[in-house]
Design a protein around this ligand. Sequence first.
Ligand code: NDP
Length: 455
Amino acid sequence: MTELTAINPATGETLARYPRMDRDGLEAALARAASAAPDWAARPVAERAARLHDLAGVLRDARETLATTATREMGKRLVEARAEVDKCANACEYYAEHGPDLLQDTMIASDASRSFIAWQPLGTVLLVMPWNFPYWQAFRQAIPATLAGNTVLLKHASNVPGCAEHLERVFTAAGFPEGVFRNLPVGSDAVEGIISDRRVQGVSLTGSEGAGRAVGAAAGKALKSSVLELGGSDAFVVLADADLDHTVEQAVRGRFQNNGETCIAAKRFIVEEAIADAFVERFQAAIEALVIGDPMDEGTNIGPLARDDLRSELHDQVTRSVAAGARLVAGGEPLDGAGYFYPPTLLDAVEPGMAAFDEETFGPVAAVTRARDADHAIELANRSRFGLGGSVWTADPVRGEALARRLECGCAFVNGIVKSDPRLPFGGVKDSGYGRELSELGIREFQNAKTIWVG
Ligand code: NDP
């Protein structure tokens, strides 16, 4: 295919076709990114931070255009798309303010008269990004990477080509020099070649486990550094003493925001037996009240899934879970008509060995598993290949914290849904990948921690 096609998942209609970058275009982009890197790295940190500050303003000015494109290309609700643009702007400001401190040398006493870590950029980094937060996923890597003095090449998901173009446009509008941020409209077949190119020093991928294994293998083969954020099957552990009204309200948010297409969505609701019936009853009522419809409409709670193949895969997971003994409480059948709509779905009596427990369900499907007690709940939570996030809900935050420590994941929350925040590290363990995004650690992934020893 010589084109990337944007399809509106709410209607199934083709929005636009975008030419793919050919071999010569890719070669020119690689050369430009590499030649821009030394000059960008040599600029004062304050100047790079100033560009980020300007970028925040550009994003806010372009909010409506950016948000509308995201909604039209991947189906998220317009109100959530606007919030995503604001989140990107806020992160730009956070790093513009705090980044310069994080780039200071770290002094370390040793046998030298002076020894320290000089934090230096790697050079050019490739970002392979998904469609579910088409701006935020790219920004949370591109901001620390460029602030650190790297240049960035973006290979975005093929179904959000318009969002990818906007990304390059806003960096240019904020005064980033040519070559510092470049969109590569190429397919995933081009990724291994780009990683192995000597002008690229590192790669960060957010996406599926399969893509993660491919990119991790390519990076290993080429001896390049890599960060992999590969989704998860987060546990939402409800203890018997939890405030049910609040917990159910947050369960709905945690599972169904972004149409359920979130790596850190709560996916497995592990509930202490004593309150499980009450939890399921209230959860069902709240889920059945959600309004499915046009994502441009402010009254809509659930829009379409991003692609038809993703909807088919999700439905197959539901069907296999029910066949294996899960109880279908709500939803469970794709909606007829145009667009890739799937209703909010609730499964009860989900057990290890069922698809809804073992696999990542990327859409509006909540799976409830009953636990004998808190220890059993943690054991069930950890019985997953994934380890991205997890949460514990209880009236006793001290006990909640102790249980959060026992969750095998990268981000454990007590009485709050898992979310990313520029101030806090974000990433996973197990098959959810490795490396950290955001915070100080997010910058470090794109730096050479150079030891300097002076006798
Ligand atoms: P993918 O992992 O296929 O896509 C993510 C990015 O990786 C895209 O840019 C894609 O390019 C690229 N990619 C895919 N395969 C390769 C490869 N072999 N080598 C290099 N790059 C590759 O996700 P899907 O869109 O197919 O979604 C499938 C599932 O992935 C979801 O159901 C969900 O489980 C998970 N996912 C997790 C996300 C997260 O936030 N962690 C985000 C999105 C998906 P291209 O689009 O051109 O194929």
